[in-house]
Design a protein around this ligand. Sequence first.
Ligand code: IPE
Ligand code: IPE
Ligand code: MG
Length: 245
Amino acid sequence: MLLEQHNIINQPRHIAIIMDGNGRWANNRGKMRIFGHKAGLESAKRAVNFAIKHRFNALTLYAFSSENWNRPKQEVSDLMELFLYSLNHTIHSLQKNNVRLKIIGDISQFNLRLQKYIKKTEQLTHKNNGLNLNIAANYGGRWDIIQGVKKIVDKVQKGSLYPEQINESIFCKLISMNELMPVDLVIRTGGEYRISNFLLWQIAYSELFFTDVLWPDFNHDIFSSAISSFLKRKRRFGHIEQTVM
Ligand code: IPE
Ligand code: IPE
Ligand code: MG
């Protein structure tokens, strides 16, 4: 409701979310952490529906960081199972809603079955031109920058790029989400005020919104509050506000 009151021009086009707090949500209920992750998956679906409804151009969800491998073996394998399950069970709804799915991150570390499903879902939804849904899985902002640097080095070695030609716009095209709009807004749930190696380069000028709400409790009202907060911000990008002389 709140969103409709604002001019569509000011709406954020690309939103990224650090979906944190599943474990604590389960813990508060005396349940195993996987119970929180399953509730987190439902919450992610709600967020996707919100993004579709409000016609955002892109939604990027942080699902598994490159550091999350350090969790207990059982939790990691439960998360992989859940990832596989969600790919299998959401394909129909992605197609129905014209959503283009992309996984960002180093998928070569996942088991072959999961890699196969990732590629299959990406291929099937490739031509959709509604919401761009990016799932960051085995993603790290530092990894993303390094893999971009490796591509630059490769081009220089092959002679297709001179070192003096390297600039921000060339580099931008070699990191994740190169073809999309810049990230306008980053939301983090779960009460922590940090980026945890999520997008680094891509959020240089994003607005940030933090909430104590644990991810499984994230809903359309809180999403609307984040957007309302964004709409009140003055994005100056280093300039000064226009003043009347
Ligand atoms: C975020 O919730 C989901 C993943 C990192 C996979 P957490 O699992 O980090 O939940 P908390 O922070 O322990 O509550
Ligand atoms: C960030 O949450 C990663 C994801 C939401 C996937 P973490 O729970 O892993 O972050 P830290 O460890 O508290 O910084
Ligand atoms: Mg956490």
